[in-house]
Design a protein around this ligand. Sequence first.
Ligand code: TYM
Length: 337
Amino acid sequence: MTNKEIVVSGIRPTGNLHLGNYFGAIKNFVKMQETNECFFFIADYHSLTTHPTPGDLQNNVKQVLIEYLAAGLDPDKATLYLQSDLPETAELYLFLNMNAYMGELERVTTFKEKARKQPDNVNAGLLTYPTLMAADIIIHKAAKVPVGKDQEQNLEMTRTYARRFNNMYSKDFFPIPTAYNFGEQLVKIPGLDGSGKMGKSEGEGNAIFLNDDPKKLKKKVMRAVTDSGPTEKNQEKPEAIQNLFSLMDVVTAPEIISQFDDQYNDCTIRYGDLKKQLAEDMINFTEPFRERIAELSSNDDYIKKVMNMGKEKARESASRTIEEVRQIIGFRKYYSI
Ligand code: TYM
């Protein structure tokens, strides 16, 4: 055990990683692995809440691990593992569910959104998504959780469940974790389709994936939603246009952004030029990821090794916590893996 601050976060294996995942989460993971004790996992249990019969779960998992590594995560610095390799998480989830209430779970925005999107499959896993997420986090007694803005409410629920456990069973047992971003504010990267956020399953034209080939990437950007242009000087930008500027914020040089901003404000902007610039900057930004993804994709032995190494380290930490939890609640004294 070290006395470094413990960090936990995860990503669902429901598609390739996109710029939203990168700027909302992974960029922080890469920085935090240098100074903290980090656990980054692939949330395959969680993916069943929306994709109950995944076509090729193993391949999706492998792809996320490859993309984690391509983005700069280092298995010698951070513990990289698969959620389902830790049965301890499922056990803690069960304990937390005993003290999680219907009313509070039904009020979670992501639950309501997903229930609306998949009315024929409003399953108990979807409802208890936040308790599983709490279990993921507190199984390692994390202090910080690097996530994007969309996970803020889930993190609030984690804090509630950690506090509740402490109040019911053992004061100060679990640290109360906080959602974290280096830039202080949690990040929300918009999509290219005019509204909302970039997401893995928001439709073809919405997301830019780290692995998109340059031609495809450019096509998506050139098709991004705009309008017919500003008609009055200094008018407020409508959402679709603001989104393009927000995307530029993460990949484009500030002086170039301010040129486009000036052009918008004096109504001389040509969206085609702005999109060309944005596409070029995104292509340059993603190029090193694409190269490393291609390299790692042919190295199955290495991927397996990373997965096994992570499993071992993660279980060591998780089994310690679950043993204590069992004792605190009053189950049998010894738990061994
Ligand atoms: P997931 O797989 O939807 O997203 C993974 C991470 O990427 C962030 N993210 C974004 N950030 C900014 N802008 C966007 N457009 C954007 N899209 C995604 C998410 O905020 C997240 O940090 N519930 C989680 C997975 C999870 C988890 C956990 C995370 C399960 N257990 C425990 C942290 C701790 C999820 O669905 O992430």
